[in-house]
Design a protein around this ligand. Structure first.
Ligand SMILES: [Zn+2]
Length: 122
């Protein structure tokens, strides 16, 4: 007889690496903006860019901004307009159905910039 209760599954955890397997293939230079951090990076890139309407130098460009209501962004990595609603400053991305995607990160910084500077583009 083997007593299975004696086996401690937590003891043998030599391989703790959790490798995420997924069918997603991410092109080298056009990583999809699915984290807040990536969106914030895209925002900083956009903010520094010479031409804020340029899709070649920006991952995201701003199409429309209505403070505390919504932002319309153009996501260059997917080639689509994305609406992030920001009722009372709480952002939610209508495109991703998420509150933690890159577009939300971008919108958060937009709102912050607007509150600090009174505008989103100088
Ligand atoms: Zn999104």
């Amino acid at each position: 007889m083997i007593d299975f209760t004696k086996e401690d599954p937590t003891k043998d955890s030599s391989s703790k690496k959790s490798v995420e397997k997924g069918g997603r293939s991410i092109p080298r230079l056009t990583a999809h903006l699915d984290t807040l951090d990536q969106g914030m990076e895209a925002f900083m890139q956009w903010l520094r860019s010479e031409n804020k309407m340029s899709n070649t130098s920006n991952l995201i460009t701003l199409k429309e901004f209505v403070h505390t209501k919504y932002s319309v962004l153009y996501d260059n990595t997917i080639g689509k307009n994305v609406t992030v609603e920001t009722p009372n400053g709480v952002p939610f991305c209508k495109s991703c159905n998420a509150d933690d995607c890159g577009h939300v990160g971008f919108a958060i910084l937009l709102e912050q910039k607007y509150e600090t500077d009174g505008s989103v583009a100088e």
